[in-house]
Write a protein of this length. Structure first.
Length: 168
C-alpha cells in the first residue's frame, strides 16, 4: 500500500510540471493508494488559490462557488483511485500533555527525522495510519527532501521512499 504525497498529485495536474507524465503514470499504475486529511487540506489550499482557472467549467456544470473546492477534491480522489483515511486518537507528549495523534507523532519524530513541518506531518500521518492497521509500505513523492532523510525514515517508519524525479 502506498501513501501519496500532495506533491505527486499537484505534479500530475499541472500541465507545466516537467514531472507530470511520470506522476500521472505512477498514480494510474499503483493500486491501494492512501491519502490523509493533510493531503486534502494541502490540495484544498492549492485549488482555492487556482480556482479561477476552473471557475467557468464549474459554473457550466452547476457547481456553486462554496462547493467548488470539495467538488475538485472529490474529483481528484475518484480520478486517481485515492482512498482517504481519517485518523482517530490522541497521543501524550510528556510534559506537554495531550495532542491530536498525528501532531504527537510529529513531535516525537522531529528529533529523529529532520524535515520541514509539512513533510514531518506526512510521516506522522503514515505512522498513525499504520497504527490503525493500514499496511503502508511506501511514500510516493516528488519532494527530494524525503530522500535526504531516507535512512532515518526507513528506521523509524519501516517504509520505502519512492521519489518521482525529473524526466531525462
Amino acid at each position: 500500500m502506498s501513501y501519496i504525497d500532495t506533491s505527486v498529485i499537484v505534479a500530475s495536474l499541472d500541465p507545466l510540471d516537467p514531472r507530470r507524465e511520470l506522476a500521472l503514470g505512477v498514480l494510474e499504475k499503483l493500486r491501494d493508494k492512501r491519502v490523509s486529511e493533510l493531503v486534502l487540506a494541502e490540495l484544498a489550499s492549492i485549488v482555492s488559490r487556482r480556482i479561477n482557472v476552473l471557475h467557468k467549467t464549474l459554473r457550466r456544470i452547476g457547481v456553486r462557488d462554496e462547493l467548488a473546492v470539495p467538488v475538485v477534491l472529490l474529483y481528484v480522489l475518484k480520478r486517481f483511485g485515492l482512498q482517504y483515511r481519517r485518523i482517530d486518537g490522541r497521543g501524550n507528549i510528556y510534559p506537554l500533555g495531550d495532542f491530536y495523534l498525528p501532531l504527537a507523532i510529529a513531535i516525537e519524530l522531529s528529533s529523529k527525522v529532520r524535515l520541514k513541518t509539512l513533510d514531518l506531518l506526512h510521516l506522522a500521518y503514515i505512522a498513525a495510519l499504520k497504527e490503525q492497521g493500514e499496511e503502508i509500505h511506501e511514500l510516493v513523492t516528488v519532494d527530494d527532501d524525503f530522500k535526504r532523510e531516507e535512512e532515518a525514515i526507513k528506521r523509524e517508519l519501516k517504509i520505502q521512499i519512492k521519489t518521482i524525479g525529473n524526466p531525462l
